[in-house]
Design a protein around this ligand. Structure first.
Ligand code: SAH
Length: 356
């Protein structure tokens, strides 16, 4: 047990079992020992590698996607480009490189990075020191001012938001909680009282032992983003690994040093994430009156945006890296091509965004 696990165990002894959502929030965001409080969480040396860390083309294409949507929506004179959960700042660095080809968009745009972790913000500031446009940082989405068209990208952000799990028992849907055992170790236990929860019908018929995983945090956030887009224009591009809500099952996982780890074993030392329910997110965006395009596989999306042509150009300019570039493209479009999905949120009457 590490010291954060001991702290959580003390909390549970004092106040009773906690939800998985509460556990995730502490394990990921605790100021001292949370996973994101350290600088080495993402990247080759960290727990996991994300798409922008695989190839610069990913961020370049996402940046140009925003500029194209801005253009298609009449090139509004002031706009805001937001990266939710920028990690090590690689995506935005690459997006800005791509956007050198769209100086009018950059000139009209204020850039905002939403980063909960002061340590990761420090890393982003270093990497983006020479940004061609001014950047400001905020801690959470609700701190982003809403007064102009919004162009938002979020890659592997929603999977880090807190989820709750409910298990079908003979009593009904009971929430899976975290408590302590006789040795004071953290362990899962079902809440004795069922909730009145009704999973969406497309999950299918509930059977004994079925697990319903849901993220009200992700849904509320997406509804809010969609509301801003309906009001001021713009678009959001959400990229993540996930499913379309067609079945029950649990996807919460811990990853440490690129390996699966025990979920409760080392809070703060392992990344915790869950597959994103794109059907629930589309529903949330619809509630706000927005249009959702997708989900589309990341592979199909990147191919439609021209990843092949960009890779060829990059290889021609860097012949010694030809093989590495081809491998990265294959990883982004084949290995991650289906599990990773993309949805775009736009106002209902906006032109269809590129790629969809
Ligand atoms: N988009 C990046 C990193 C994804 S990791 C990439 O593709 O490489 C998730 C990022 O979201 C981290 O930067 C983490 O600190 C941040 N984060 C997680 N939860 C957050 C929250 N609730 N509010 C703001 N940032 C958050």
């Amino acid at each position: 047990m590490n010291s954060l696990a001991q702290r959580i165990a003390r909390m549970i002894r004092a106040d009773g079992p906690i939800s998985i959502a509460a556990f995730m929030t502490i394990a990921l965001h605790d100021r001292k020992a949370g996973f994101y409080a350290t600088r080495e969480s993402i990247g080759a040396r960290g727990a996991f590698i994300t798409a922008p860390e695989i190839s610069q083309i990913f961020g370049e294409l996402l940046g140009l996607w925003c500029a194209q949507v801005w253009c298609d929506q009449g090139a509004p004179p002031s706009a805001r480009l937001v990266d939710l959960g920028p990690g090590r700042g690689v995506l935005m660095t690459d997006a800005l490189r791509g956007l050198r080809r769209a100086p009018e968009f950059l000139a009209a745009t204020e850039i905002v990075l939403v980063e909960a972790s002061p340590a990761l913000e420090g890393l982003q500031r270093e990497r983006l020191r020479d940004s061609p446009a001014p950047i400001c940082w905020v801690r959470q989405w609700t701190d982003v001012q809403q007064d102009r068209p919004l162009f938002l990208v979020a890659n592997e952000f929603l999977d880090a938001l807190a989820i709750r799990q409910f298990v079908m028992t003979e009593r009904g849907w009971c929430e899976r909680m975290i408590t302590t055992d006789e040795q004071d170790r953290l362990t899962f236990a079902l809440a004795p009282m069922p909730t009145s929860l009704q999973p969406p019908p497309q999950r299918g018929a509930a059977y004994r032992g079925a697990v319903y995983e849901t993220s009200s945090a992700a849904e509320a956030l997406v509804e809010d983003i969609a509301g801003a887009i309906v009001q001021y224009g713009g678009a959001a591009l959400l990229v993540d690994y996930g499913h379309e809500g067609g079945a029950f099952g649990e996807t919460l996982q811990a990853v440490s040093g690129h390996e699966r780890a025990d979920i409760l074993g080392l809070p703060g030392q392992a990344d915790l994430s869950a597959h994103v329910d794109f059907a629930a997110l589309a529903h949330a965006a619809g509630r706000a009156g927005a249009r959702v395009c997708g989900p589309l596989g990341q592979g199909a999306f990147l191919r439609a945006l021209g990843i092949g042509a960009r890779a060829e150009k990059l290889s021609a300019a860097n012949p010694h890296r030809k093989e590495e570039i081809a491998k990265a493209v294959e990883r982004l479009t084949e290995e991650m091509g289906e599990l990773f999905k993309v949805i775009a949120i736009t106002p209902v009457h906006a032109p269809r965004p590129p790629g969809f």
